[in-house]
Design a protein around this ligand. Sequence first.
Ligand code: ARG
Length: 579
Amino acid sequence: MKNQIRQLIQHAIDTLKAQQVLPAELNPEIQVENTKDKSHGDFASNIALMLAKPAGKKPRDLAQMLVDALPANAAIAKVELAGPGFMNFFQDEQYLSRTLDAALNDVHLGINLADEPQRVVVDLSSPNLAKEMHVGHLRSTIIGDAVAHVLEFLGHTVIRQNHVGDWGTQFGMLLAYMEEQGNAGDAELADLEVFYRAAKGRFDESPAFADRARELVVALQAGDAQCLELWNRFNEISLSHCQEVYERLNVSLSRDDVRGESAYNAELAGIVTALQAKGLLTESDGAQCVFLDEFKNAEGNPLPVIVQKAGGGYLYATTDLAAMQYRSQQLEADRVLYFVDQRQALHFQQVFKVAKLAGFVSENMSLEHMGFGTMNGADGKPFKTRSGGTVKLIDLLVEAEERAYALVKGKNAELDDAELRQIARAVGIGAVKYADLSKHRTSDYSFNFEQMLSFEGNTAPYLMYAYTRVASIFRKLQRDPAKLDGQINLQAAQEQELGAKLAQFADVLRNVGEKGVPHLLCAYLYDLAGLFSSFYEHCPIASAETPELQASRLRLAALTGRTLQQGLALLGIETLERM
Ligand code: ARG
């Protein structure tokens, strides 16, 4: 709806431009907001206040001219001026009801696919192999996954890229340790984390070992057959650990989405040559660097992007440049979204700029760093085990399921154990994911089991439970929500508010897809569940006065249920019929 209003306003602006009331070069971003007080309409825009000055008009006069130039639209009952020059839009209730009826009758909930579908590369998860995944990779994995689902639902083609770190110095340590141990078997490698930690210990304590490790990285990158064979074995083990975590998390990532740093090895020399040819390289202490004017440190000295070390080795940035080229030329991406820790913001600003300057990517390909904050413990400090080690992701998920099991069992003593386990899994994993997704992406947040597993507040258990309440209405009345006749008729205030909220689903999804912010979808679902509660309290269904009224309310309930279910599914969270 907001989008529709934006288009109407755009049309009015264009008309005024054609009449030379507004200067032709004006291209404002049109803001449309939901109003708090419904007696002032459903949506409001401040566009006339924004344009008054450049147009040389009084805001209220301009607002009136815009209103006069608005094309008629069935969704809008009337538009009023308010205050210094706001435009208030009143939704047409009949039109709204018909839209909701159409949504209910449509498998895609009446949401139109994008007019211009894009090819979107989503760079997500991307752990460093050899080490096991830890909680730091949780955010990239689940936020990226949620945004990928939303973009697909809106009709875009999403290409997931798991840019795993499979080529770095950690492999030198593993190879050197392997050599020292006299080729360990699968048993020693089963817990790769332990093996890695032992290797790292040796690396830190023995300079001779460290030298050997560095030698072996060079040998590996130069294609030494024996090193490559061992490297493959490490990767296999490590990737299968990752895959276990993805499956447990109900995340749509498979081995086919893995395209690690090593995949770009052959391209790296060419990246450096190309930068050289463009005159972008400067040598500094033997290293090949790109200096860009806009990146300086606190002292005002230029910050380099190093693409080749003095010894000839390539770096993280070089690989990212090669990956961007691949994504532009081979994958033909319109957009590339990087779900990576906020602390890498400077790295991405720099490599994006270099890639554009060097022509590695097409001019109109959009490169977007979707940075996120740190996940802290309940004490507000970076999340650690009691002994101060990093928490393994898998241990965290196991604990979430255990805690959920105890909770669910307390509530439903009568259910058999297999069903309890199944519910506990959905609730535990859902809670962990939702706690993360519901926070603003860029903020840090505290991981807190009690809070995320609570059945009250903006949590997964609350929303999953709201869904089961809708399901139970239909069970009790023995009605099939997929076979309802009649039509929606919004009369009571609670019905109108619920209906208006339901109609906002498409706008919310578009916003999530554009900005990569799933917390907006969480907030929406939470509001929706709240409005459904007050509707259910004030508008009886079983004892509705007339069959028409009952039919209308059942349809509203069914649409709410499906919206909750679809919304949670896009977030990667399962719904249950009872819990
Ligand atoms: N492996 C990196 C890390 O754990 C993240 C990679 C993100 N993606 C990228 N294209 N740089 O820090």
